[in-house]
Design a binder for this molecule. Structure first.
Ligand code: E4P
Length: 218
């Protein structure tokens, strides 16, 4: 499973990229709204930090297919690694279909997915990525990881090529659960990625090695 970073914060991006584990990035309007400066400049900087090979999802704000497509094409001009994030729905499906079949193909990440049927439609319309929001499902007492498991099984049975980006990750356990459930990618907030590196026994182990070393050498 690959790790994408779920943020629009440049400092977090620089730090996480330096760890060598980041394969892409997702933003959304809420994350971008937290940052300063022009939207286009921010996206350009993010894309540059990630490097041309690594996809950066940027969400459209328009709500009709015609407007979404127009906006998507403008966003895709910002950098070669921009992937367009489109909310699932009839207008979203039309947009994915049009962006995917045109001569100037634009890759899409269908977002705000909460059911296997929405995922199936998104994949069939031609989405490169489909993003189930597992934390938001869990918040309402549904089974977010279960949705990822179902999607992975369905995509395999139906030979659909779309990749699953497990999104709305709330804690480190979610990450290992979606890896087991068959997600190809987890998009993880920086604080959770950092938590994943830690274990109290690791800290204790390092401390003990240093103490033993000092005691033995003097
Ligand atoms: C993913 O693409 C979204 O940006 C993100 O994971 C949403 O997470 P949230 O439910 O914590 O807002």
């Amino acid at each position: 499973m690959q790790f994408f970073l779920d943020t629009a914060n440049l400092e977090e991006i620089k730090e996480a990229v330096s760890w060598g584990v980041i394969g892409g990035l997702t933003t959304n309007p809420t994350l971008v709204a937290k940052e300063k400066g022009s939207f286009e400049t921010l996206i350009r900087q993010i894309c540059r930090l990630l490097g041309e090979e690594k996809p950066v999802s940027v969400e459209v704000l328009a709500t009709t297919a015609a407007e979404m497509e127009k906006e998507a094409r403008l966003l895709a001009e910002i950098a070669p690694n921009v992937v367009i994030k489109i909310p699932i729905g009839v207008e979203g499906l039309k947009t994915v279909y049009n962006l995917n079949r045109s001569a100037k193909k634009v890759p899409c990440n269908v977002t705000l997915v909460f059911s296997a049927n929405q995922a199936l439609l998104a994949a069939r319309a031609g989405a490169r990525y489909v993003s189930p929001f597992i934390g938001r499902l869990d918040d309402l007492g549904w089974d977010g990881v279960g949705l990822v498991r179902d999607m992975a099984a369905i995509f395999k049975i139906q030979a659909l090529e779309a990749q699953i980006i497990a999104a709305s990750i709330r804690h480190p356990l979610h990450v290992q659960e979606v890896a087991l459930a068959g997600a190809q990618i987890a998009t993880v907030p920086f604080n959770i990625l950092k938590q994943m590196t830690q274990h109290p026994l690791t800290d204790l182990g390092v401390e003990r090695f240093l103490t033993d070393w000092k005691q033995g050498r003097h």
